[in-house]
Design a protein around this ligand. Structure first.
Ligand SMILES: Nc1ncnc2c1ncn2[C@@H]1O[C@H](COP(=O)(O)OP(=O)(O)OP(=O)(O)O)[C@@H](O)[C@H]1O
Length: 376
């Protein structure tokens, strides 16, 4: 079932929770709504579900205008963060609930309900727990049951509000993979809310990034990561270093730091350069295109990688910089606390003070090896 939102908006009192927005979701797509707290994700999800009415606009499921259709008639499955299982019912009874409260004409027979519940419990791999009560389950198991319950009525649209928010990192990861494969198998259209970028990037066919009640960007995860279209999206996707620069004749400067950008007129202005922590190289000398002096503040092992914290030396930055390397690279570079190093970004995203709000993407070194790239 495709979903279309046209000019949907919502106010709570004087507060504009959603500015008029448009969104087209394809049949079978999995959409992640990603954004900081208060950006309007849950409000949007509740409007799609019919739990909240929009102040303006139209909502379509396929060709059907469902703007005024009651939540019960929308055939939507809903999964909340806090499981919302019925405590006094067994797992099997919980899963059967949606079927048992169907109007008599649509309700399957008792035998059919039993069969469907068994099938669903097989699907979520918890058939052996059918007779348990929710309090006898782990968080991850409860959330699988909540999902089985939401799927029982065979909804064409599944809405999930921070479905794995209350679970620990390992279980979260497991359930994410499992939800993705279930989705690929059953092909329902799903929209889920998260404020976890990894979750959004891993699960979604497309990610909708929200801030302050509007949509900042809609893209497939790889494109979103490769080409964030605003500073907000950059900041929100995280792990990014920020360099404020002034244009001086033929280079960018900030105190003793300088960078020579490729010769493009749109780069020849003051602005902000964003550099991701894994797109930074370090050396013991600057070169003709980049001089970003740092003191190494800390080298921390984080699983397979090492995070190097860097304090600018002779120039200003609001925050420490971070670079991530393999442990082997850290050894090669001989990095320890107190080392003095020079950074060269490999890729940067530049937002000029004037002109386009979308960034220019640039790579260093941008001159062919053996031409002007030399150590100074
Ligand atoms: N029933 C309500 N009455 C008044 N204000 C509300 C109501 N529901 C939501 N809001 C406000 O609307 C804004 C958007 O809320 P919403 O729950 O959609 O955000 P969110 O992005 O889902 O945030 P979170 O990640 O914290 O759940 C918030 O500022 C919230 O305080």
């Amino acid at each position: 079932m495709s979903i279309r939102l046209a000019n949907i908006s919502k106010k709570f009192g004087q507060f504009q929770a959603l500015s008029p927005l448009n969104l087209d979701i394809q049949e079978g797509e999995m959409i992640g709504l990603l954004g900081p707290s208060g950006s309007g994700k849950t409000t949007l999800l509740r409007i799609i579900a019919g739990l909240e009415g929009a102040d303006s606009g139209q909502l379509y499921f396929g060709d059907r205008d469902v703007t005024q259709v009651h939540v019960r008639e929308r055939r939507v499955g809903f999964v909340f963060q806090n499981y919302a299982l019925f405590r006094h019912m067994t797992v099997a009874e919980n899963v059967a609930f949606g079927l048992q409260v169907m109007p008599r004409k649509q309700r399957p027979s008792a035998a059919e309900i039993k069969q469907r519940v068994n099938q669903l419990l097989e699907t979520v791999q918890l058939a052996h727990l059918a007779q348990r009560y929710p309090e006898q389950l782990s968080g991850g198991q409860k959330q699988r049951i909540a999902l089985a319950r939401a799927l029982a009525t065979q909804p064409e649209v599944l809405l999930l509000d921070e479905p794995f928010g209350a679970l620990d990192a390992k279980v979260r990861k497991e359930l994410r993979r499992w939800l993705r494969s279930l989705h690929d198998e059953l092909k329902f259209t799903s929209v889920f809310v998260t404020h976890d970028q990894d979750e959004a990037l891993e699960l979604s066919d497309r990610v909708v990034v929200m801030s302050n009640g509007h949509i900042e960007q809609i893209n497939a995860p790889a494109e979103l990561y490769a080409q964030p279209n605003s500073r907000f999206v950059f900041d929100f996707l995280g792990n990014v270093n920020v360099l404020n620069v002034d244009w001086q004749q033929d280079h960018w400067r900030n105190g003793e730091a300088f960078l020579v950008p490729p010769e493009q007129t749109e780069l020849q202005q003051n602005g902000v350069l964003y550099v991701r922590s894994h797109e930074l190289e370090l050396a013991d000398k600057p070169n003709s295109q980049a001089c970003l002096p740092f003191d190494v503040v800390a080298v921390t092992a984080i699983g397979a990688e090492a995070r190097v914290e860097l304090a600018p030396r002779g120039w200003d930055s609001d925050e420490l910089w971070e670079a991530t390397f393999s442990h082997q690279r850290v050894k090669q570079l001989g990095l320890t606390k107190g080392s003095q190093v020079f950074a060269t970004p490999q890729t940067g995203y530049f937002f000029g003070e004037q002109g386009a709000t979308t960034p220019s993407r640039l790579n260093w070194p941008f001159l062919p090896p053996g031409s002007l790239v030399f150590d100074i």
